[in-house]
Design a protein around this ligand. Structure first.
Ligand SMILES: Cc1ncc(COP(=O)(O)O)c(C=O)c1O
Length: 408
């Protein structure tokens, strides 16, 4: 795809939903960390799929099946190239990050034993905590936690103290969904490898902003959800190093993932199909590839630079509001601002902002341990994407001031 010049006014035209009104006001969509919006280039791919070549893949000799299979496998290669995986069969299509993490956690059931240790960070989404707790229950392994500081940064010295030859797995997000902190994942990975532990990095929040290179990171597993990066819901990927994917057993049994089935014994298909039981989200996978094409045509450097401008502008304007506190003040952040106004419940703030057409997320953001750390019930989270503007941030600031005046 041709490279385009970065211009938010032009880019906004790609997103039909941004033209709609909510409660009689123009939509200001600041819930991008939950789900990003979909450009017409990706919507067109979805319409094209169902209009022209909807068919089941891999098994059919007929033309439609072959066309769908080709497009689906081309999408896998796009994802491989984007994340710089060495081999396309190291990319497993999943329904998203939650599925990807559960796949790995289940795979380790037969590998871990009582006394083994797993290390998680203090700022994880529940989907990077609960599957591992379930794994610990199944195996007798124990979970240790890398603590964080008031700025919402991991305390690396304490992480190094936790590592030992008992450590078998380390998992951490690349970017925190609740705080926006970009974690020093390369340092975390290298230290874990020194004690022989494998590392899973949850890239759900990083992928919309940072083009991760899995070979450079030398990460064992990396997870992504397409719906957070201009793609559809219900599709994502698990990157796994070939040697690990060969060791892990299949997650689900069924069609597509077998080599041969008899009632006595089943042998499994080669990678990546071993982990892709059943009919996948074919259209979703193809649209995921289109979303990567779209974002790469804009350019991840351009996206990051512009979103950082939005982050700085919004931080400065919001901090000027008396009684407003931002949670997550690391120097290294993506365009996420979690905040509260003293004496105002985040839910009340979110409800009033919605009346003004402004979509933010309120609550614990599936990261209750972070809220416990700050001793708060939740936050208001405004998360910006490359199609947002400073004018929209002005509307947010005005809305927060209005809500504050109504609620206090
Ligand atoms: C950091 C992080 N990890 C995991 C997830 C779960 O992603 P999904 O619901 O797409 O599986 C999210 C979603 O918000 C997230 O922000």
């Amino acid at each position: 795809m041709e490279k385009t010049t970065f211009n938010p006014t032009v880019i906004r035209k790609d997103f039909p939903i941004l033209n709609r009104e909510v409660n009689g006001k123009p939509l200001v969509y600041f819930d991008n960390a939950a789900t990003s919006q979909t450009p017409r280039q990706v919507i067109d791919v979805i319409v094209d799929y169902y209009s022209n070549y909807n068919a089941n893949i891999h098994r059919g000799v007929h033309t439609l099946s072959q066309e769908a299979t080709d497009k689906y496998e081309q999408a896998r290669i796009k994802i491989q190239k984007h994340f710089n995986a060495a081999k396309s069969h190291e990319i497993i299509f999943t329904s998203g990050t939650t599925h990807s993490i559960n796949l790995v956690a289940n795979g380790f059931t037969s590998i871990l034993k009582a006394g083994d240790e797993l290390i998680v960070s203090a700022m994880e989404h529940h989907s990077n905590i609960v599957p591992w707790q379930m794994l610990c229950e199944r195996t007798g392994a124990t979970l240790k936690v890398i603590p964080m500081n008031e700025e919402g940064e991991l305390i690396l010295e304490e992480y190094l103290e936790l590592l030992s030859d008992k450590t078998k797995l380390v998992f951490c997000n690349h970017v925190s969904n609740a705080l926006g902190t970009v974690n020093p994942v390369k340092t975390i990975i290298d230290a874990a490898h020194k004690v022989g532990a494998a590392v899973l990095i949850d890239g759900a929040q990083a992928a919309p902003h940072i083009k991760a290179d899995v070979q450079e990171l030398n990460v064992d597993f990396y997870t992504v959800s397409a719906h957070k990066m201009c793609g559809p819901t219900g599709v994502g990927m698990l990157y796994g190093k070939e040697e690990w994917l060969n060791i892990l057993p299949p997650y689900q049994g069924g069609g597509e993932m077998i080599a041969e089935v008899t009632f006595e014994k089943t042998t499994y298909a080669d990678l990546p199909h071993k982990f892709e039981a059943g009919t996948p989200n074919i259209c979703g996978g193809i649209a995921f590839g289109a979303a990567l094409d779209y974002m790469n045509a804009i350019g991840f450097d351009e996206i990051a630079a512009y979103e950082n401008e939005l982050l700085e502008y919004a931080t400065e304007r919001l901090l000027a509001i008396e009684g407003l506190r931002i949670y997550g003040t690391s120097e290294n952040k993506t365009s996420v601002i979690s905040f509260n106004i003293e004496g105002v419940h985040p839910y009340d703030m979110g409800s009033i902002l919605d009346k003004l057409g402004i979509a933010v997320r309120t609550g614990h953001h599936c990261a209750q341990p972070i809220m416990d750390f700050y001793k708060i019930p939740g936050t208001v989270r405004a998360s910006f994407s490359f199609y947002n503007t400073k004018e929209e941030i002005d509307i947010l600031v005005e809305g927060v001031e209005k809500a504050k005046a109504m609620l206090l």
